[in-house]
Write a protein that binds this ligand. Structure first.
Ligand SMILES: Nc1ncnc2c1ncn2[C@@H]1O[C@H](COP(=O)(O)OP(=O)(O)OP(=O)(O)O)[C@@H](O)[C@H]1O
Length: 600
């Protein structure tokens, strides 16, 4: 299936408040509440205790005014004093409980955000999922935005809902009982009916909001990505005087985002109208409930005094029950946000699971399963061989044309291989297939050494730098003792000096390539796969680097256009395009190496 078809396939499923939402929401809840003894469950339990106590105290505070009327009317000074004391204690307790309630909600928000983000990180950084999502794009927008902003907002909204939702079953049950006790079945049934009608109306109004919120978050991600692009490519953009054109394009993305935001606000207006109408109609409902038996003559035997007492009592319990329901309905706006974020995060989780299942469980090229991270795809094979390719054919994703067809090759220790070919003939793609970033179309690829020191190390075309100290750039998580002398040391102030710059901004392309070689020399793999790794360096420096690699006993697999590379290699694989390739022996290698000096 092509990328377009896949996007269309997923695009037809508009995010809604449907069964899919329930499934995604509950799968996220399973992550947030992994067991009965988890921290989130304990916090939730504490919150429940606190909010229930709060309800009891709110009730006590609510009846205080009537007690004040009593003692003031009776001019009861001692009663008044004790009532003031009780009021002070109750108010203090109430405000403390409210603050603790808020505090626990905030703690829950942080804890949920940590749990959910870490769980997404686990999938994202497993194997090559982050590569597939960001480079091959799959059919999902802005994974970074989903992991950072959408998770944050979902957890925030859920934590605000939590304290209100958690007590509602208890208050609803309590007041339903009272309502039934004083009005008979008529009160609770009509209130429940009213709630059902309100919920259906709100669900209809919420439908378009969920989809628009989903779209808004996508555009928010696109807008942020545009700024990221400019930040990363600021220098190149400045050389092209691209300020004007980037200004226009960035504004265009902002415009698209704001249009969607406006449409979201318009759709929310109808929901607000619905919610507010429901709130105010609820106030009348209690009188409608009591009016029916009055007008049908059920209470004809009662005196006007008894009747008004009955009305006031019924109104009180009905209003409380209705209030319980309207509070739930008021959460509709929050719920529509929660649904939008749930769909975005749920979709990301599903896509990542899909990629993982495809990539880790089963490899269609070899018909075997493998794990990308743990010395990925290392098979037992001849000790002096790094890669075995048999009848390998591959193509780029979303293209039907083969880049290379039926290639059989062994990359063995001591035989240095040079891969050449015109631009776009599939040189780097060969490394992608060897590295399992792309799947082979057919044939067999086998890697028989491990990744890293003592095995194989890849130096990609675009040097890879991470954040951290100079030592961390060189060691890349492998622990090694290193000594280093270079200009760079002076700039960083030492190997372990923390630096707050972006390494990509402060190093020249040549310096980045030298740093990559420094990494190679310290990790000292048996095989070094170099993709145009010396393209930014002078030929002399290139010769020095190759000489050092050979002195360290590395077998080189190089990709490049420069003819100067030929002399360091024994065999040349030329990719000719359209699937064709040629394998030839190179003669006279190493003839110019004798007078070269060491580099680093
Ligand atoms: N992520 C990708 N998605 C789709 N097509 C891609 C992707 N990366 C590369 N391609 C395509 O695959 C083909 C081979 O690309 P590859 O990078 O292997 O070329 P190359 O021979 O290394 O070129 P160069 O000499 O410029 O480095 C090109 O047509 C390229 O446009």
């Amino acid at each position: 299936m092509t990328r377009m078809e896949k996007s269309a396939g997923r695009g037809t499923k508009r995010p809604k408040l449907d069964w899919r939402f329930v499934q995604r929401f509950s799968s996220i809840q399973k992550v947030l509440f992994p067991s009965w003894t988890s921290q989130s469950v304990l916090m939730f339990g504490t919150l429940l205790g606190i909010t229930l106590t709060e309800q009891l105290i709110i009730y006590q505070v609510g009846v205080l005014p009537s007690h004040f009327y009593n003692v003031l009317a009776d001019k009861d000074y001692s009663g008044f004093r004790s009532l003031v004391a009780t009021a002070m204690v109750l108010i203090l307790l109430n405000s403390t409980l409210k603050s603790v309630d808020q505090y626990i909600c905030n703690q829950m928000y942080v804890s949920w955000r940590k749990t959910l983000t870490e769980s997404l990180h686990t999938a994202y950084f497993q194997g090559r999922v982050y590569y597939t999502l960001n480079v091959l794009k799959e059919d999902i927008d802005n994974p970074d935005q989903r992991i950072s902003q959408d998770v944050e907002r979902l957890c925030k909204q859920m934590s605000t809902m939590a304290s209100r939702l958690i007590v509602s079953p208890f208050t609803l049950a309590y007041y339903t009982y009272h309502c039934f006790y004083s009005t008979g079945w008529m009160g609770p049934v009509s209130i429940f009916g009213y709630f059902v009608v309100g919920t259906i109306a709100n669900k209809i109004l919420m439908g378009p909001i969920v989809a628009t919120l989903f779209e808004q978050e996508k555009l928010e991600g696109d807008f942020r990505f545009k700024h990221m692009q400019i930040r990363v490519n600021a220098e190149s953009a400045a050389f092209y005087r691209a300020g004007k054109v980037e200004h226009m394009r960035t504004n265009r993305r902002l415009q698209a985002l704001l249009e969607t935001q406006k449409s979201l606000i318009n759709k929310e207006l109808w929901l607000y109208i619905g919610v507010n109408t429901f709130d105010y109609l609820g106030g009348f409902l209690s009188y409608l409930i009591i009016a029916i038996p009055i007008f049908t003559g059920v209470y004809d035997g009662l005196t006007p005094g008894e009747l008004s007492a009955l009305i006031s009592k019924n109104a009180f319990v009905c209003i409380y029950l209705i209030n319980g329901f309207t509070q739930l309905i008021d959460l509709s706006t929050t719920l529509s946000d929660v649904a939008g974020y749930t769909h975005r995060i749920g979709e990301l989780r599903e896509v990542m699971d899909d990629i993982l299942r495809k990539q880790c469980d089963y490899d269609p090229a070899s018909g075997e399963s493998y794990d990308f991270d743990s010395d990925f795809n290392v098979h037992a094979g001849p000790l002096d061989t790094a890669f075995i390719l048999e009848h390998l054919s591959y193509k780029s994703p979303y293209s039907d044309e083969l880049l290379v067809e039926d290639l059989s090759l062994k990359i063995s220790q001591g035989t240095h291989l040079l891969v050449v070919g015109n631009t776009g003939t599939g040189k780097t793609s060969l490394l992608r297939v060897l590295n399992r970033l792309w799947e082979a179309q057919s044939g067999f690829v086998q890697m028989t050494t491990c990744f890293g020191p003592r095995g194989t190390l890849f130096l990609p075309q675009k040097p890879y730098l991470t954040d951290g100290t100079l030592r961390e750039q060189v060691c890349l998580g492998f622990s090694f003792r290193i000594s280093f002398s270079s200009d760079l040391l002076k700039r960083t102030g030492g190997l372990d000096e923390k630096v707050d710059w972006n390494w990509y901004d402060v190093l020249s392309p040549g310096e980045m390539q030298r740093l990559s070689f420094a990494r190679l020399f310290y990790l000292q793999p048996k095989y070094a796969v170099l993709d145009e790794a010396t393209s930014a360096l002078a030929e002399e420096a290139e010769a020095q680097l190759y000489r050092t690699c050979k002195q360290l006993g590395m077998t080189m697999v190089s990709l490049g256009h420069r003819s100067s590379l030929e002399k360091y290699h024994d065999v040349q694989l030329k990719l000719c395009g359209g699937g064709r390739w040629e394998l030839t022996k190179l003669k006279g290698n190493s003839r110019n190496l004798s007078h070269m000096e060491e580099t680093m």
